[in-house]
Design a protein around this ligand. Sequence first.
Ligand code: SF4
Length: 455
Amino acid sequence: MEQEYDRFSREMDARAVRDAIGEGKKYHIVVYGCQMNVRDGETAAGLLEEMGFSRAESREDADLVLFETCCVRENAENRALGNVIWLKELKRDKPDLLIAVGGCMMQEPGMAERIRKMYPFVDIVFGTHNLYRLRHLVREAVEGRRGIEILGEGGLQEGLPAVRQSSFSAFVNIMYGCNNFCSYCIVPYVRGRERSRAQEDILEEARRLRDSGVQEITLLGQNVNSYQGGGAAFAELLRRLDEMGIPRIRFMTSHPKDLSDELIAAFGSLKHLCGHLHLPVQSGSDRILREMNRHYTREKYLSLVERLRAVRPDIGLTTDIIVGFPGETEEEFRETLSLCREVRYDAAFTFIYSPRQGTRAASMPDDTPAAEKTRRIEELIALQHEHTASALASQVGRVERVLVEGVSERSSETVMGKTSRFLAVNFPGKADLVGSFVDVRITGAGRNTLRGERV
Ligand code: SF4
């Protein structure tokens, strides 16, 4: 399909849409879920602008509303569907409104069919493998047909346009899909097997971003450590990006089982690699980790943390934790708490386990009452608050380089930015600082953020 959709067809589709919609039509994109979806949303915006649409601030002002859906968590899925239904009302007053739904939820078995039958007001449906076909699907819709297409697998499509959300910080996809099949996770089913972009294509994209003034890039992949077959290859990519001179390089997400020696060493040697690593642990219990199919033990994980801190003592670690995995006992949950006490994460994204249909864990017996799972997660969150508070307090008195991301919602005289360690800092300043680096002395720590003053 990819080869068939050549440059000529793409241009013909874009031109046909431009001719059909005329001037002044607007789009609005709603993104659910992870950074990969945010990046896909930027590509969708680029494609739509190529077709002659311009950006609308709200869905009420738009002629085309696109939902980039997520199926990793049940509540994101419910929210997305609820919002699609809400648009039906909008379409009653505005019959020409085009509604497009894409993203990984559409790759779930039977979902596209369900949308076709039960949501007749939806004009365009696409999945994770054919975003690049959006021009064709929009053309179908503006010509009065429903543009519904889901592909079972995908290759890589280079050179797609994008409208970046930020002029100074950019996401760069380096790979797609996942081969790991963690027993609770739907991603390998909906995003397909791993496909890595060619190193030269990534470097070229990074070069263009650097030349346009981008100060920070975040490399994205479901498991960046298996970029083209292993952590060593990923470390090599990081080394080449480091030489390019973009001030800050970050990446996510990193599977502990594939965190190579080379990658750990990179945290000690690369000048531009930020002092932060998101390293999802999921559980502190070996038995639960086995049931999750994670392929590392608690001991192995802790030894990675030790080695990372040996090469970069001030590295900030964050993580993901699932509470109440099927069969998790109180004792096993306590092992997660004790692991958190050992690592002392800067932040943790904590979730109560929710079954995703089609995964192995969804058929595991689960007799822990919901109230008990809630109690557990509350205990974990309370512990994490303590660790976050002490990580923030440890920064007071230091001078940190902060990349300013925006003006505070509370005051136009205060700006917010991040340290290399990914800690948020508020300090006095105005909008003209956004996108630049400022040296800030940390003067205080709140619950989730730091306070500071310009040096
Ligand atoms: S590594 Fe595991 S949790 Fe992460 S995307 Fe792949 S299957 Fe899902």
